[in-house]
Design a protein around this ligand. Structure first.
Ligand code: NAD
Ligand code: PRE
Length: 368
């Protein structure tokens, strides 16, 4: 007898929705239906094999769904929650979201969602400064934390069902209340995006006066500001939704900066060194994502400009330094976007050597 398929609806088939869809597709008994306001996003998702079917009609997308993932920008998640109240849904459906903020979304969902629907807030702590389904990957969330923020009283069985389904992402699912999530993630994700963009804007102003700024911006500036290339609208929404925590963190940040200014004004070498040392010790002690239960990934992703000969140049550079690779895959080749090359190295050590080398030659490289 054929097993009944589980249907997943992904609302917003971009970077995160697409990555969820790809992970869910690991299970042959899951059928993934994508909904997006943009037909071109659905077309790309179908071409890339991210979803089984796509529609711009929300009712069609959700009618058969057992689990609905809301994966649009945060402001649109609110709008979709409202729309869902007017649609036919399965009796035991689970609705979850992937929004970067949680308190307001969870509060809104509890207010509007009908009783037969279970809402469980969610947020995968993995992503990229890139947007769109073409950047989606079934490995994006591997070994990352995936936070669920079930409201008190949520059915344990439904939480377990969603948790089991999320094991397909290979992320580590953890639970916390929405406010704790917003405070912690405000500090480790939201506010860093503010800092990165503020620093870039400051330097851009200096660069207007003296164009050497952009030219001399090397590894340090690029490392700390990578996330300033993220989607401005997404971060606009995040800041507005996490207002109180952001304001508190910004206040603490201003005091922290003032402390350094005072040390510099006083010319206090021990204080300055201590400032850098405490930061280094905490940073070096951060748990590494690769240290999960799964074997480490030796994959490196490289953005390749659409110039002839770029892939040959990359493999020649690696070969000349005897850096061994075991696999090479062109992830996306379309006229309208850059290609992304995935290189699998023989070992973690070779990956690190390759990464350093390619960064030196100005390639935009990243690990997942
Ligand atoms: N980018 C990250 O690093 C990251 C990480 C974790 C969570 N998130 C959260 O994931 C969500 C999606 O972010 P993303 O980076 O995948 O963005 P994205 O721009 O890559 O994808 C968003 C998709 O939603 C679609 N969309 C817009 N309005 C819609 C609507 N009303 N209904 C349905 N679809 C709609 C867009 O067309 C697009 O395809 C956001 O809520 C964000 O806070 C992002
Ligand atoms: O890696 C990045 O580019 C990200 O910004 C990912 C990141 C973050 O770590 O801050 C951004 C937003 C999220 O909601 C979760 C993860």
């Amino acid at each position: 007898m054929e097993m009944k398929k589980t249907t997943i609806a992904v609302i917003g088939v971009g970077l995160i929705g697409g990555s969820i869809a790809l992970s869910m597709r690991r299970d042959p008994n899951i059928r993934v239906v994508g909904y997006d306001v943009r037909q071109d996003c659905l077309d790309k998702a179908l071409t890339l094999g991210v979803i089984h079917a796509g529609t711009t009609d929300l009712q069609t997308a959700v009618r058969e769904a057992n689990v609905i993932f809301l994966a649009s920008p945060v402001e649109q998640i609110f709008a979709t929650l409202h729309l869902l109240t007017e649609l036919d849904l399965q009796e035991d459906v689970i609705v979850t979201d992937v929004g970067s903020t949680k308190s307001n979304i969870v509060a809104q969902a509890l207010e509007v969602i009908p009783e037969h629907v279970t809402f469980i807030g969610g947020h995968p702590m993995a992503g990229s400064h890139k947007s769109g389904v073409e950047a989606a990957s079934d490995r994006l969330m591997e070994n990352a934390y995936y936070v669920l923020t079930p409201a008190p009283g949520t059915s344990k069985e439904k939480i377990e069902r969603l948790t089991e389904m999320l094991s397909l992402t290979r992320a580590k699912v953890v639970h916390m209340d929405a406010n704790t999530h917003d405070q912690v993630v405000g500090a480790v994700s939201h506010f860093p995006h503010v800092l990165a963009s503020a620093l870039v804007n400051l330097v851009a102003g200096y660069d207007d006066e003296n164009a050497w700024h952009a030219r001399l911006a090397a590894g340090g500036f690029r490392d700390i500001t990578r996330i300033a290339s993220s989607n401005p609208r997404m971060w606009r929404d995040v800041l507005l939704q996490n207002r109180d925590h952001i304001l508190k963190i910004a206040n603490d940040w201003a005091s922290a900066l003032q402390n350094v200014v005072t040390l510099v004004e006083k010319g206090d070498p021990d204080g300055i060194e201590h400032f850098f040392k405490t930061a280094r010790d905490f940073r070096d002690g951060l748990p590494e994502r690769k240290a999960g239960a799964l074997p480490p990934l030796n994959d490196l992703y490289i953005d390749i400009p659409d110039h002839p000969g770029e892939i040959g140049r990359i493999t020649t550079l690696l070969g000349a330094r005897q850096i061994n690779i075991t696999n090479l895959q062109i992830r996306e080749t379309r006229e309208d976007i850059y290609g992304a090359l995935r290189i699998t190295f023989q070992s973690q050590e070779e990956l690190e050597k390759g990464e350093e080398l390619l960064r030196y030659f100005d390639y935009n490289v990243y690990k997942r």
